[in-house]
Design a protein around this ligand. Structure first.
Ligand SMILES: Nc1nc2c(c(=O)[nH]1)N(C=O)[C@@H](CNc1ccc(C(=O)N[C@@H](CCC(=O)O)C(=O)O)cc1)CN2
Ligand SMILES: Nc1nc2c(ncn2[C@@H]2O[C@H](COP(=O)(O)OP(=O)(O)OP(=O)(O)O)[C@@H](O)[C@H]2O)c(=O)[nH]1
Ligand SMILES: [Mg+2]
Length: 454
């Protein structure tokens, strides 16, 4: 019995449903048995051959292109056979079943999600950050996200991580060498400019963190909740930002009860905008549930647009109700005050915050810019690379260890062994990103989130 990792695998590689072309892929130590059975002839390496795909009884399942990528020059690094057929779900299922039948003697089985890419990683075709970038490219929701995923896939992020690692290794060698000659330690480190090396390392890390942080933003987006009293124009604002009539708008206060959510993009940054029920006391039972849901959304928000109605802002009762809401807003979430219905005011009174009209669209651009600013978006001059919370977490740990290292280095009586240990931990955290140093269960979590056949 082969271990799971050594078993041959097969899957439909294209999206489920109908399509012009669909692909079945097989990856194994040796795919000759499947080629012989399904293609009925030898294939030249990496060359597309047009032929009938044969069922067990010799009849044709489809006519298509077969490509053999001999190991190790393939996507997975194993022997790979690709059958490019017509993209019908039944044809592809038949073809997959036929491959499994032809490979039964070698225990060919259906691949788990991400298993082809996991093999590519294990065979050194790409590192972990690149493998993750493939999933992020497939899942990209905006052009900017897709472009930064391609940058990571091409290895730009990994190259930065390797450059940091190399600089860290240089510094570690210096410190470890000094440890062997304790009587000369201070001089030795000074002459070799350990301090300068560490400074440059920290500066470089800061630039990488900035680019990765922007990439994580492109991947995840931010949650923006529109909140405020009934009738302020929250649903109208959602519709204006989305450019579509998504939420019901009426002059009746208490119109919105359910949470309405739409992802929009501003300069390629995905913003998940949430419209909520108007917040007020004394609502009926249904509306009250909506209001509770609104507060639930506010708690989870990355930013809150607190929408006010300019046409009612002069009333003391209205302002008191706004103050009651303001007092209940969480203190750790940024809040933007936005004044709506500027079109209905002959003279717009001054208020702190943004003034706009959801009806005419006046002032919407200022709100868009403000939201980007709150999200922390700044286009990185060197280009953003896609990154995940996992990467940011590792980079923050590297940063913390380097700060500790800097503190040790600055001390009069240097604790060189402590300095060396911090540098070692920093290097470990770095190599988790590219997967040189990572646990099997982490790999399981990462690859299981891929699509089937990837
Ligand atoms: N038809 C098809 N299109 C596809 C894929 C695929 O598997 N099949 N891919 C799958 O996701 C992506 C391309 N990824 C690939 C990566 C490496 C190799 C490959 O053959 N690598 C060899 C040779 C490299 C070379 O000649 O430079 C190697 O690494 O040794 C093929 C596809 C996107 N398009
Ligand atoms: N003049 C003017 N009217 C607006 C504007 N925005 C919304 N309105 C009107 O205000 C009323 C309430 O709008 P909605 O968008 O339903 O308000 P809401 O905050 O979602 O209200 P609830 O769902 O009840 O909490 C409607 O009659 C809208 O046409 C605006 O910019 N200018
Ligand atoms: Mg509404």
């Amino acid at each position: 019995m082969l271990s799971r990792l050594d078993q041959p695998i097969a899957a439909i590689a294209t999206a489920p449903g109908r399509g012009a072309v669909g692909i079945v892929r097989v990856s194994a130590k040796d795919v000759q048995a499947v080629i012989a059975a399904v293609c009925g002839r030898a294939l030249r390496p990496r060359e597309a051959t047009y032929l009938p795909f044969r069922a067990g009884d010799g009849s044709a399942i489809d006519q298509g292109l077969a490509i053999h990528f001999p190991a190790p020059h393939s996507y997975t690094g194993e022997d790979v056979l690709e059958l490019q057929a017509h993209g019908g779900p039944v044809v592809l299922q038949l073809l997959l079943a036929r491959c499994l039948e032809a490979g039964a003697a070698m225990q060919l089985r259906v691949a788990e999600p991400g298993e082809f890419t996991r093999r590519a990683f294990l065979n050194g075709k790409l590192d972990l950050a690149q493998a993750e970038a493939i999933a992020d490219l497939i899942d990209a929701s905006t052009e900017a996200a897709a472009r930064s995923a391609t940058r990571s896939l091409a290895g730009e992020f990994s190259r930065e991580i390797h450059a940091l690692r190399d600089a860290l290794i240089d510094l570690r060698m210096l410190v470890e060498a000094t440890l062997d000659f304790p009587e000369e330690e201070i001089d030795f480190l000074q002459k070799a400019d350990a301090q300068g090396q560490l400074d440059r390392l920290q500066a470089r890390l800061a630039r990488v963190m900035q680019r990765a942080h922007q990439g994580a933003l492109l991947r995840e987006g931010i949650n923006v909740v529109i909140a405020g009293q009934p009738n302020a124009g929250k649903s109208s604002l959602l519709n204006a930002l989305a450019g579509a009539e998504l939420a019901i708008v009426t002059p009746i206060p208490g119109t919105t009860r359910d949470v309405v959510r739409q992802t929009i993009q501003i300069e390629g940054v995905p913003l998940h905008v949430v419209d909520t029920a108007g917040l007020r006391e004394g609502a009926d039972q249904v509306e009250q549930i909506g209001i509770e849901r609104a507060w639930g959304q506010i708690e989870k928000a990355d930013a809150v647009v607190f929408l006010h109605d300019l046409t009612r802002a002069a009333s003391g009762e209205y302002r008191a109700a706004d103050e009651a809401i303001a007092a209940k807003l969480p203190t750790d979430v940024p809040v933007v005050d936005v004044w709506n219905k500027s079109d209905a005011m002959p003279v717009v009174p001054a208020h702190a915050g943004i003034q706009l009209s959801a009806k005419t669209g006046a002032g919407l651009d200022a709100l868009r810019r403000k939201l980007l600013e709150l999200a922390g978006w700044q286009s990185a001059p060197e280009g953003v690379f896609i990154a995940r919370e996992r990467h940011l977490h590792a980079l923050r740990r590297v940063d913390a260890h380097l700060m500790e290292a800097a503190a040790h280095l600055a001390r009069e009586a240097q604790a060189l062994d402590l300095l060396a240990e911090e540098l070692r931990l920093a290097q470990n955290a770095l190599s988790e990103i590219t997967g040189e140093f990572s646990a099997d269960d982490l790999l399981g979590v990462i690859f299981s989130r891929f699509c089937i056949g990837k």
